[in-house]
Design a protein around this ligand. Structure first.
Ligand SMILES: CC(C)(COP(=O)(O)OP(=O)(O)OC[C@H]1O[C@@H](n2cnc3c(N)ncnc32)[C@H](O)[C@@H]1OP(=O)(O)O)[C@@H](O)C(=O)NCCC(=O)NCCS
Length: 181
């Protein structure tokens, strides 16, 4: 275990439990990804997780658990999986291990409650603890909520990655954002 479970409050006063995802969460995570994949077109997952198998997801989560340079967190509210985020060192090679990359999602019903921010802050603390110096991410240029959240947390737009996504035949750019931690 790389992360000790934490209980925090979101804006409506409800408590959330943030913990490290384990292989036992695989089924719940697949169901969650089906939902968040359908709630926006901001992610690579689109019509849910039909291409993922339960065994594949369990193996992936086990690998994450055993990887000292990566952390996947889940946030639950009243037992419901409400948000999820992960961070990993881009490469363990000396020339690249100062950089960590992360991803974040929250169920639409929980947007605006500070849950994504809470998870990201935990991920950043972990990254700092393992020696990362820069956190980076890619975000679709029209994802104003995501960009607003990242700027709020001190990330800056560094570059535009052209044609990062191809959605229904249309290319969409993404911003590369970074935060020095
Ligand atoms: C992007 C996403 C993770 C944001 O989740 P969220 O739970 O609504 O975010 P939070 O409530 O934690 O927002 C946190 C902060 O960002 C700020 N914020 C949000 N939108 C903002 C905006 N447009 N401008 C400025 N600040 C903004 C909020 O004020 C809040 O700060 P505060 O708590 O100090 O007031 C969520 O909308 C989501 O899952 N979207 C679909 C998937 C996705 O886009 N993932 C990111 C891919 S790069």
């Amino acid at each position: 275990m790389k992360y000790a479970e934490r209980v925090l409050k979101i804006k409506d006063g409800r408590g959330i439990n943030i913990s490290e995802a384990t292989a036992n969460d695989a089924e719940e995570i697949l169901a969650y990804m089906d939902i968040v994949g359908a709630e926006s077109d901001n992610l690579f997952v689109e019509e849910g997780t039909k291409s993922f198998t339960l065994e594949g997801e369990r193996n992936f989560l086990r690998a994450q658990e055993n990887n000292e340079s990566a952390l996947m967190l889940i946030a639950k509210c009243d037992g419901e999986l409400a948000a999820m985020g992960d961070i990993h060192i881009v490469t363990t090679r000396p020339r690249g291990r100062h950089r960590a990359s992360f991803g974040i999602t929250a169920k639409k019903a929980f947007w605006g409650q500070g849950i994504a921010k809470a998870v990201i802050e935990e991920l950043i603390a972990f990254a700092r603890g393992i020696g990362a110096e820069i956190i980076e991410l890619e975000v679709k240029v029209d994802n104003t909520r995501g960009i607003g959240l990242y700027k709020h947390l001190g990330f800056k737009i560094m570059a535009t990655h052209k044609a990062f996504f191809k959605i229904n035949g249309e290319y969409t750019d993404a911003y590369i954002m970074q935060k020095y931690i």
